[in-house]
Design a protein around this ligand. Sequence first.
Ligand SMILES: [Zn+2]
Length: 625
Amino acid sequence: MHLIMGCPMFALTLIRISKAVALDRVGEKPCHKSEFEQAHRGKIVPAAVGRGFGFMKKVMRATRWLALSFSLVAAAVLGDSPENKQALATTPAALVEMLTDAAFLPPEQYLEKIEAARQQHSAAIGLTQLPQYLDADKDPRASIKARELSDYSQTLVDIAQRSRDEGEILWGRIQGTVYERQTLEWIYRELQSFGLEDVHYDPFPSQYPQWRPTTCALSVRSAPTFEAGQTYSFKDPITAFVSATTPIGGIEAQMVYVGDGTAAELQGRDLTGKILLLRGRTEPSALLNTARTAYSRLATGNYGMPAGVVVWWDVPNAKQVAGRVGAPGGGDSIGEALPWTTIGNDAGLYLRKLLDRVTPEQPVVVRLEVQGQMESGEQRMSGNTYAMLPGQSGDYIVIPTHVDGYFYGVHDNGASVALNLALARYYAQIPISERQHGLIFLFQGDHEVPGVGGTLPFIAKYQKLMEQNLLLVLRPEHLGMNRPMDEGLLVAKSNIADPLMLLVTNRSPLLIDLFKRAASRYGIAMGDLVYIDPAADEAAFHPPYNDLNAISSGWIQTGKFYHSTFDFDSGGVDFDQIEKLARAHAFIIDELGQVAKADLHRGGRPVPEKSIYQSDLLKILMGNN
Ligand SMILES: [Zn+2]
């Protein structure tokens, strides 16, 4: 066995040695070497091998066994096997040269190329979501089904798409628009169709002035590799929050790349009059993205006052992301400092690759146009739709889900609206004698700016009821996003959802246990953590807005794809997950039938006075940028 394997190896070694000796003898230097050979020069030592050749022959004659051993050693020393047959390149220069043009394409062609390449290497296998643990045949809540939930969601998507078709640049079920009102009206009719009797639609003006963009345009006017007169217009720039505006027709200026816009990247630079390409990292989401800190740093003018900023999001497979550059907690007006817009990951990659090719003679020149205006509440009617379903105790569980949202708004917040509708349909069929606590299915508008909305007029209207009979706020938000398998080259949906984060404002042991049991029963991925800060519409039930001694709870997941077009374009939200979650919410509601408010306060801790948006935790996170 050893001999058989050893002999060819030995023969090969001899051939190599002979070649090496021959080269050495005629005094040739192994020149005109390929890059590969140059890289491996250290492993080929012709002169030394030549000197050892005579001795080797003697050893061979002495014993075949020794010869074999030598051949094996020689193979290792002389580089018979170590050529890495899979190395993409073996010198820095070769690697850089090979890759320079591999991905240098306008975003549309880039997408085609990467899709085709992925299809060559992988294929979908039709995986289904991990099922609930509770046997569906024994589940009293099994009439809540994925199909019902996805149908509701599709109606919400249809309304959003209509807004785009009708020319809205900032499209979706945007607060204070006719599309939000159509949503509220549709929900009103649905609630009535479930047989619910106490259904309301309360219109009110948007409580905060709203930004309405009318032009968001970005085009390359000249760049390396462009012919004279050639231009390129980006398809989907979006400025979703208030911005300084440009003159009509836009501003034209040289573009420069400022990376993440950290101070380290900006030191010594003069950005005066430039339009900046700024990488916006969604760490952990567009809600708390790195461009917030960086935009303000740029707008101070400490590095020269730029003419504008283009934020390039890092969200894969998302053409548009409604991300902010201002301060969290409602500090959007910071965005009035400089005109700004945002572009998707693929679009920004193209722009950066153009900037990679810049020379002093050939810069990248872009034109940026941002037009829009602030509109008052009177111009932007919003509203709430809700159904009140009484129970035996006289106390109520309020289930708020905001109906407004950016783009398709399935992740934020259509899937959770669908879940709330399914709960309303489900409980409408259960007689009052079997329901301990009342339920309020609240579908509020006016949420996104600043983030607490329709719950405020709702509480104002029902102040006394909320003071005396509010058992719990159970708030579902941003639910059902699939956790993608992401290996960079290969990306796919997986059979689990992104783990959820649990809110229980007073850390009630009973409530935490209840959510944990619901998660176990229905197979819901969640983090091993409870957080205590009301940060969305539930904030209205707590100081500084209202002092109701309220307890808010609920699951949420924000993450990478928040406020992006990924949720529908890439099927990011999975309704088998929403099915499990809707049943889990019903389980929580049913279990709450056995408890009173005192039980929920037992073992609880006070809610922090300071908003999370002004916390040290958030300052640390943003201070990293
Ligand atoms: Zn939301």
